[in-house]
Design a protein around this ligand. Structure first.
Ligand code: SF4
Length: 272
């Protein structure tokens, strides 16, 4: 199936987000997702233009609020495939509180965060994933805060599928998107997606990106955490996966079903 919309991407030439879009097209095609049964929700930022470029349903929402919209949608319509996409500002700054609670709920949605370690849309201020000491127009003496670690954070929040991809390797990233969508529960895919206009070039990450060994035990959260804490290398692949955890959308629908079967007359007779 063709998932490309009529709208052409408006990103700068060389932006990493082109590779992510390519990977999402491939991942959807690999799963033969029905476009009218799929919704892509975003917040605000360069990467959040994403839903316009897909033939699926889409919702370009408010800064940092893609997760509340995506979770509400999945709770109301568990039959739909729901993806939430956006950038490091959306998910780790203004939307960070939503990430924490979404992680704990384990609602069956797939999150794709395009991390360029900078605010691109507003022309190059530091974001939570910018490295300490980074000099920009908003931090002329260097960034004083520590660098946010997305993978170790979501591992500590008990997220049931944690992966990282690289936009220069769309085939590998497409496989992660497919597996994330197939995973029943909250799937978090962190994507290294350079912003060559205001910060990284691909060269900077080419040297650091290292696929996780096939020997890695995906059920071992402690080992996943060690990989996540590595600073010289940027590991890609699946860090952690827990397949059998119940999801909140399933649990809520079971409760609704139980409430429909609840015999209020018998209850009143017994306890009134
Ligand atoms: Fe991509 Fe950066 Fe241009 Fe935004 S400013 S479209 S992130 S290259």
């Amino acid at each position: 199936k063709d998932y490309k919309s009529e709208v052409k991407p408006t990103w700068c030439p060389g932006c990493g987000d082109f590779g992510v879009l390519n990977a999402v097209y491939r991942g959807m095609a690999g799963l033969k997702l029905a476009p009218d049964q799929t919704v892509v929700v975003s917040g605000i930022g360069c990467s959040s233009r994403f839903p316009h470029f897909l033939k699926t349903f889409g919702f370009h929402s408010v800064h940092g609020r893609a997760l509340p919209v995506a979770q509400g949608l999945k709770m109301a319509r568990p039959d739909l495939t729901v993806l939430a996409v956006g950038g490091d500002g959306d998910y780790f700054s203004i939307g960070a509180g939503h990430l924490l609670h979404a992680a704990l709920r384990n609602i069956d949605i797939t999150v794709v965060v395009m991390d360029n370690e900078i605010y691109g849309l507003t022309k190059g201020q530091t974001s939570p994933t910018s490295p300490q000491g980074h000099v920009t127009k908003s931090t002329p003496y260097g960034l004083l805060a520590s660098q946010f670690n997305p993978i170790s954070t979501v591992l500590s929040l008990n997220v049931s599928f944690v992966a990282r991809g690289y936009s220069a390797r769309p085939k590998e990233l497409a496989a992660l998107v497919e597996q994330g969508i197939q995973h029943k529960g909250f799937s978090f895919i962190h994507v290294l997606s350079p912003c060559p206009t205001f910060y990284h070039t691909f060269d900077a990450w080419d040297a650091a990106v290292t696929p996780i060994s096939e020997e890695h035990d995906r059920s071992d959260r402690g080992k996943a955490m060690l990989l996540a804490m590595e600073t010289e290398k940027q590991y890609t692949g699946i860090f952690y996966e827990e397949k059998e955890r119940p999801t909140m959308d399933q649990a809520a629908h079971q409760l609704v079903q139980q409430s429909k079967e609840f015999d209020i007359a018998a209850y009143m007779q017994r306890y009134a």
